[in-house]
Ligand binder design. Sequence first.
Ligand code: 13P
Length: 250
Amino acid sequence: MNPRPLVAGNWKMNGLKAAFAELSAIRDAVSQFPKENVDFAICPPATLVSAAADMTRGTRLKIGGQDCHTKISGAHTGDISAAMLADAGAAYVILGHSERRADHHESDALVRAKAEAAIRAGLVAVVCVGETKDQRVAGDTLKVVEAQVDGSLPPGATADNLVIAYEPVWAIGTGLTPTAADVAEVHAFIRAQLKRLVPDAADGVRILYGGSVKPANAAELMAVANVNGALIGGASLKCDDFIRIAAAYK
Ligand code: 13P
């Protein structure tokens, strides 16, 4: 059986309180979504997580963070722990996004430690992997993705607490996307790798595609084998686009 699709939005560093209007529109639209077995999440900036979770409690729209610390609490000024996200009402946390790997020099080992902390706190860890343009041109995509999955996968990963997002760095925010065949190759490769690393969980772990997912390309990308949903950046900021992407699952 295919894993239950997850349509998730990553708002990145976008969203003031005024964005709650859009969030409530997404919550309401998602509640009317015709297909039962699709999961939805929005990951707003940390400042909005608690209020967003309050606004969506008991609905089909779950809330996630965009990062967490490896520790539960302590002297780490400016950081947020997985326990804090869970306490604020989050269900998911994005980890190892390429923007954090680049801006904050996050290594695979750090991402793994964060994912472990997330799982301990009861969150679903959405671990991001993906190659840069140079790495793709050099023919290193599978090698890069393999090393990232290998290095970032937390111990104790199950289909319920781990999601992988394949996000080619060059496709993020550029309007460029890999071909369906390229996406199929990487997702099948990750699935095979999961079968080696976590044999019992492998078939159930959602592998999302992310990078310039739009209403116009969602149906094609979501139909690819082993693509179990989308991690959407820019297009998740607007209810209309988010729901039109989710419509790939009608
Ligand atoms: P875009 O959809 O804006 O390309 O961003 C993708 C992404 O980085 C989601 O995490």
